[in-house]
Every structure is written in structure tokens, then in C-alpha cells.
Ligand binder design. Structure first.
Ligand SMILES: Cc1cc2nc3c(=O)[nH]c(=O)nc-3n(C[C@H](O)[C@H](O)[C@H](O)COP(=O)(O)OP(=O)(O)OC[C@H]3O[C@@H](n4cnc5c(N)ncnc54)[C@H](O)[C@@H]3O)c2cc1C
Length: 365
């Protein structure tokens, strides 16, 4: 089979790889390879679909704000309904809410919280804080938007193309993806839970990325919150729920270390969550429509890792997005495109100071 040649080979067809492909396409020749037969099969199809500008460490907050700006621009130029307003309400003890609520959240009274979320049992929480700048996002539409805009700009996207070999000769990579040989000047590691494994394949030292299990389910409930109601999360990370077009989305909000793979819910996890929600809400859950588990992969610092590897000039990290992969996606793709092409951030409409600050904060170790 003939070899494909490109400037940049992106490994991974989740939100990280696809958003970079669409940002980079106007400047470079790009091939994106995905091991699975479909794009977005792993973590990117298993999220809670919420973008929360007050959630995460400082660099993540900045990248989330930038992502919301960029998605707002796409939404107004294309008319695609990529986001809808949906606030985020944190509830718990005074101490837990104080510890978890970021500076961008504001405290509201117990009565105001009950007014917004009448399914909460009054005795189940003492304090509440809200972020009203959040949005829900249609992740399928967003993935498809990036796929299409990348393809329209000439990116070659191969599915069922598992990268199993990669060799660097000092100036370019020879990679095997499925049966396809590919040569590229730069390899971008956007392999999610497999990112450290892909680095090892390329002879690059790992970044200490740990996949963490998180389960969610869509359930039917007698007393479901109305569409447009806030997402509600416990400040001690013991549950969250929000209205969904198909019922109510619920999660035990666990973070349990796991191997890279295709995880499934542990037996009993969703049942235990439903029991817990029965003690803190009046949702009245009657049935489970579907449940799933995904892997939120992160470094110990919880800050994503984006940039050229310090020990390998041809290897670029785009990993460790943890629980922030959608909310930071466009901001991170813009940053990565600047670093990969050497473009002036201002030419892309980005603020050069913010880009420099993000590049320093997300630099590989
Ligand atoms: C329950 C849950 C709720 C979440 N909620 C939110 C939320 O509300 N908001 C938010 O912003 N984020 C949320 N997240 C996190 C978000 O989903 C992730 O950060 C994001 O999807 C990660 O995207 P990714 O592209 O890095 O990884 P993935 O989507 O996993 O993509 C990586 C891809 O790389 C491919 N790959 C791996 N190795 C190879 C190889 N050798 N060759 C070829 N391809 C390879 C894999 O097949 C995979 O498709 C949530 C996650 C979970 C699990």
C-alpha cells in the first residue's frame, strides 16, 4: 500500500484530535488516524456535555473561557446549535461549598437553591453556589462540525487505523496505522487514555497520565427537572444530575484509576447511586434507560499536557484533558495550532499573552 505523506499526523479521533485537525487544516497538511471503526468512540462519546467556566485549575478556566468565545463565534456564523445555556449549581456543607466553589461562582441562599432545583431535599444541603455562565453542549454535533470542517480543508481522516509502529529518523516519522504506512514531520499524541502508551511506542518518556473511571446513566424519573434547569453537583463529589432530552442524566462522580480500555459500569454502581439520590432528592427514579463508563485521563496536577516533548522535537502532546476535554477543546486546539505552526497568535484572533501563559502552564514535563 502506498505511503501517505503529511506535515502533521494526529493519533486519536476524539474531541482533542478532531478539534486540532480543524484548527490546523488551513495551515498544514494533516492526516488523522483513529484505531476504532468510528470517531469519538471512547471518552468523547461518554461525557456529561457541560461546559463550566468556573471548574478546574487556573489554566483550564482561561481555556474554557476561550473555548466558549470560539464556539460562540462558530455558532453565530454557522447557525449550528452547539451550546445551550445551562447553569451549574453546587450544593453541600458550608465547608465543602467554600472549598469547591471557584471565584467565578456566587453563593446563593438555601431558599434560592430550592427555588431553582425543587427536587433537592431541604435537609440534604446547607449551602449552595451557582455559575450562571455555563452551557450544555451537543457533543455529537461538535465532533461532526470539527470532522466536516477538517475534511473540507483537506484533512485525511482514517478510521480502523490503529497505530502499532512509529520510527523517527531524525527528521521525519514512519508510522504504520492499520495497514497504512504514513510519513509525517510531526506526530501529535491525542490518544486519550492511551496517550502514555502511544508515547512509549514512539520512544518518548511518559507524562504520568492516569485514566480515571467515571460512570453516568440516563434514567426516567417521576419528578424530573424541567429542561433548562441547572446541573446540580454535590460539593463533596458524591453525585451530579441534570435534565436531559431523554430523561435525567445522573453520575456518582467517581474518579477511580483504571487501565486504558473500553470500561463498563461495575455491577451495582448505578443502583447505589439511585439509592443515594433517593435520600437527597425527590427525583423519583423509575428506570435506567442506559448507562456507561468513560475514562477521564489526567496528570497529577490535573492540568492538560500540550506542546512539543522536551526530549523529542518531532513529538507533540495533546493529552491529559481529564474532565475538561470539551470545555477546553477549542482553546487547546488554538494553542496547539500556534505551537505547531509557529503562527502569530494575533493572526488567529487569539490574545498573544493568554496563548503564551497557556503554553507555559500546559508544557510537558
Ligand atoms: C462520565 C464523564 C463525564 C464527562 N463530562 C464532561 C463534561 O461535562 N465536560 C467536559 O468538558 N468534559 C467531560 N468529560 C471529559 C471529556 O469527555 C474528555 O476530556 C474528552 O472526551 C477526552 O477526549 P480525547 O479526544 O482526549 O480522548 P478520546 O475521546 O478517548 O479519544 C482518544 C482516541 O484515541 C484513539 N487511540 C488511542 N490509541 C490509538 C492508537 N494507537 N492508534 C490510533 N488511535 C488511537 C482512541 O481509540 C480514542 O478514540 C467527561 C468524561 C466522562 C467519562
Amino acid at each position: 500500500m502506498s505511503s501517505l505523506e503529511c506535515d502533521v499526523l494526529i493519533i486519536g479521533g476524539g474531541i482533542a484530535g478532531l478539534s486540532l485537525a480543524s484548527a490546523l487544516a488551513p495551515f498544514s497538511s494533516v492526516v488523522l488516524v483513529e484505531a476504532e471503526p468510528t470517531l469519538g468512540y471512547h471518552t468523547s462519546s461518554r461525557s456529561a456535555r457541560q461546559l463550566i467556566p468556573s471548574y478546574g485549575p487556573e489554566p483550564v478556566l482561561d481555556l474554557t473561557r476561550r473555548t466558549l468565545e470560539l464556539l460562540g463565534g462558530v455558532q453565530s456564523s454557522t447557525g449550528l446549535p452547539l451550546t445551550v445555556p445551562r447553569s451549574f449549581l453546587l450544593v453541600g456543607s458550608e465547608a465543602d461549598v467554600d472549598a469547591r466553589a471557584g471565584a467565578a461562582m456566587h453563593r446563593i441562599s438555601h431558599a434560592e437553591a430550592l427555588d431553582l432545583c425543587p427536587q433537592l431535599r431541604p435537609e440534604a444541603f446547607a449551602a449552595a453556589a451557582i455559575d450562571t455562565d455555563c452551557v450544555g453542549t451537543d457533543t455529537d454535533l461538535l465532533l461532526e462540525y470539527h470532522r466536516r470542517s477538517a475534511s473540507d480543508d483537506g484533512v485525511i481522516i482514517l478510521t480502523g487505523a490503529h497505530v502499532t509502529e512509529a520510527r523517527y529518523d531524525g527528521s521525519s516519522w514512519s508510522v504504520r496505522a492499520g495497514y497504512r504506512p504514513i510519513t509525517a514531520e510531526v506526530v501529535v499524541d491525542a490518544a486519550g487514555a492511551w496517550a502514555d502508551g502511544v508515547a512509549a511506542l514512539c520512544g518518548v518518556a511518559p507524562q504520568g497520565l492516569v485514566p480515571l473511571r467515571r460512570t453516568a446513566a440516563i434514567v426516567a424519573a417521576d419528578n424530573a427537572p424541567q429542561a433548562g434547569s441547572p446541573m446540580v453537583a454535590a460539593a463533596d463529589d458524591s453525585f451530579y444530575y441534570r435534565p436531559d432530552a431523554d430523561g435525567v442524566l445522573i453520575s456518582p462522580a467517581e474518579s477511580e484509576p483504571a487501565e486504558a480500555g473500553d470500561p463498563q459500569p461495575h455491577p451495582g454502581d448505578v443502583e447505589r447511586l439511585i439509592e443515594r439520590l433517593g435520600t437527597v432528592t425527590t427525583l423519583g427514579i423509575t428506570a435506567v434507560h442506559r448507562s456507561w463508563t468513560g475514562l477521564r485521563t489526567q496528570r497529577e496536577s490535573t492540568v492538560p499536557v500540550v506542546g512539543f516533548d522536551p526530549g523529542h522535537p518531532g513529538f507533540f502532546w495533546l493529552a491529559g484533558q481529564g474532565g475538561y476535554g470539551f470545555q477546553t477543546s477549542s482553546g487547546i486546539a488554538e494553542l496547539a495550532a500556534v505551537l505547531l505552526t509557529g503562527a502569530d497568535p494575533a493572526d488567529l484572533g487569539a490574545d498573544p499573552h493568554s496563548v503564551l501563559a497557556a503554553a507555559a502552564a500546559l508544557r510537558p514535563a
